[in-house]
Write a protein that binds this ligand. Sequence first.
Ligand code: NI
Length: 183
Amino acid sequence: MIYPIVAYGDPVLKKTAQPIEKGTDLKKLVADMYETMYNANGVGLAAPQIGMSIRLFVVDGSPMDEDDETLKTFKKVFVNPTVMEETGDAWAFEEGCLSIPGIRADVNRPPKVTVRYFDEDWNEHTDTYDGLAARIIQHEYDHLEGVLFVDKISAMKKRLIQSKLTDISRGKARADYRLRFAK
Ligand code: NI
């Protein structure tokens, strides 16, 4: 099932998402999130983006594997993740977000991230990622904390895109996937 993607301006995107009860069967939801993400040509999707304020995101970096070989097999589900550590000198990369169609901007983030999480079968993992895999995880993890990439860009860039953001929050935006706007 393909969900509409919650657009910028909806309060669910600003909320801290709640942990999922251990043992919950996530198979259907995970399958639906992948279907929704692929339909929108995304490389990551967090549950708040389909209106569920719970700590879950899915990633598949393979569409970006021309930029980074390691992304070929980077398809994963992160349940109740906790970022343990971020290290290295922050680097800029142009990010976008399915909830903020038509806007891209450079965001500075540390290159390396260590994250503890459960997979969809509730096995616990602690893994360290770098490069674009780390970048995707950091962006999606922020969604669970109620943080969007536009909260992390320079004040000047933010001024430049402010009217576009206002348009999106008022329902004046289009994408080639279905959007759900704040009421
Ligand atoms: Ni996003």
